[in-house]
Design a binder for this molecule. Structure first.
Ligand code: AMP
Ligand code: FES
Ligand code: ZN
Ligand code: ZN
Length: 377
């Protein structure tokens, strides 16, 4: 069939019969932005167009001749956010990111201007952007980088974080897992009880909390974004991991027995938005993924959610925000109380949940002593 397109005027040949939806997809056109007309009649997405049809695809967005316009100032836009049906110029996009962080902080009472905040910064786009936003907003935010010993990947990450801290004149704590605790993440692949990624996650949680508590920070912030949190939620729902659903939160309170308050101020912003923020603000970040991440199930969940999002923008946000605002408090509020009491680990003194008799040793110390044995064997 012949498909007449505008801006600029041109005619494309598309094989038929095919539905309107299929034809638009083939041409890479968002159905929300056009009308499809055949024989003087409007056609809906499911209508089938014959191979010999003559079809017109007419743009309907006002001012739509040419590039998208910023919703705040009508200058030409640099990024579109389909879930908000919005587009922004560079300046107003930065405002949008700050606005979403503001909303997250206020809605969940994450931090105040008096708080001392420790941001865990990996060298990736999310955590560097988070640190940058918090500093721009006037928060007292220091950084923490944990060296995991994953070859060149860790070396490059460390350099990028140090350079960012220097450029912003911000305080950075650096902890090297091997120097401080005697093992690194690649060595963890020798363990049968936990995957390297599992040991990595355990080590991060432990070190982040320990540094925050030891240095008297009020809040510990990480760069988890909307995609991360929605994917984790999907994983937990698919297997009905109720204890994890009870604990999945964007703002966990501090406990008297040594757990710092933990917040995720980027949970309202997608991965793509954080990458765009870094590009716009000229923030250099490590684009490569961790080489040990292969076959990660979270990546599969992200892929599935992105596929749903492509067809109905806003799905991811509705899924996560609905859980946080309605489902979790109503259905999982009690479950957390069952998590058990925290006691001090007999080796490191950090809090751990204790079941049964004998001295309590935290999961990090148990894993560490196994790994140090392997490393020195
Ligand atoms: P990930 O666990 O890699 O998905 O990262 C989640 C968040 O943890 C990041 O946004 C950072 O805030 C933090 N993070 C991850 N890796 C490191 C690291 N090596 N050093 C400091 N913070 C990190
Ligand atoms: Fe933890 Fe890759 S960053 S295993
Ligand atoms: Zn603008
Ligand atoms: Zn311990």
């Amino acid at each position: 069939m012949k498909v007449k397109l505008r801006n600029p005027d041109r005619v494309e040949e598309v094989a038929g019969p095919a539905t309107v939806a299929r034809v638009l997809e083939t041409l890479g056109i968002n159905p929300e932005t056009v009308l499809v007309i055949c024989d003087g009649e409007l056609k809906t997405k499911d209508a089938v167009l014959a191979d010999d049809a003559e079809v017109e695809v007419r743009p309907v967005i006002s001012g739509g001749a040419g590039p998208a316009r910023c919703h705040a100032c009508t200058r030409s836009a640099v990024i579109e956010i389909p879930r908000n049906r919005a587009a922004y110029c560079a300046e107003h996009f930065v405002d949008h990111v700050r606005g979403q962080v503001r909303e997250a902080i206020d809605r969940h009472r994450m931090m105040s201007y008096d708080d001392r905040i420790l941001v865990a910064v990996s060298g990736g786009k999310d955590s560097l952007a988070l640190w940058d936003v918090l500093l721009d907003m006037g928060y007292r935010a220091d950084g923490l980088y944990l060296g995991l010993g994953i070859g060149g990947y860790s070396d490059r990450s460390g350099t990028i974080v140090r350079e960012f801290a220097e450029r912003r004149g911000a305080t950075l704590h650096s902890v090297d897992l091997a120097e401080e605790y005697g093992f690194d993440i690649p060595q963890a692949s020798s363990l049968r009880t936990r995957s390297s990624c599992g040991v990595c996650g355990l080590s991060k949680r432990y070190v982040f909390n320990r540094i925050a508590v030891e240095h008297g920070y009020d809040v510990m912030a990480t760069g988890h974004n909307l995609d991360d949190e929605a994917a984790t939620l999907l994983g937990n729902v698919l297997r009905w991991q109720t204890p994890f659903l009870a604990r999945q939160s964007v703002a966990l309170p501090a406990t008297e027995d040594g757990m710092a308050r933990k917040v995720k101020p980027l949970y309202r912003l997608g991965e793509r938005e954080m990458a765009a923020y870094c590009v716009i603000k000229g923030i250099d970040y490590v684009v490569e993924e961790c080489p040990m991440v292969g076959g990660n199930t979270v990546l599969r969940y992200k892929g599935a959610l992105n596929e749903l999002e492509r067809h109905s923008p806003g799905t991811k946000a509705a899924f996560l925000f609905g859980f946080l605002d309605r489902v979790q408090p109503a259905h999982f509020g009690e479950a957390d109380a069952e998590a058990g009491e925290l006691v001090a680990c007999s080796e490191c003194g950090m809090p751990t949940s204790h079941h049964g008799d004998g001295p309590a040793v935290c999961a990090f110390c148990r894993t560490r002593s196994r790994l140090v044995k392997v490393a020195t064997a």
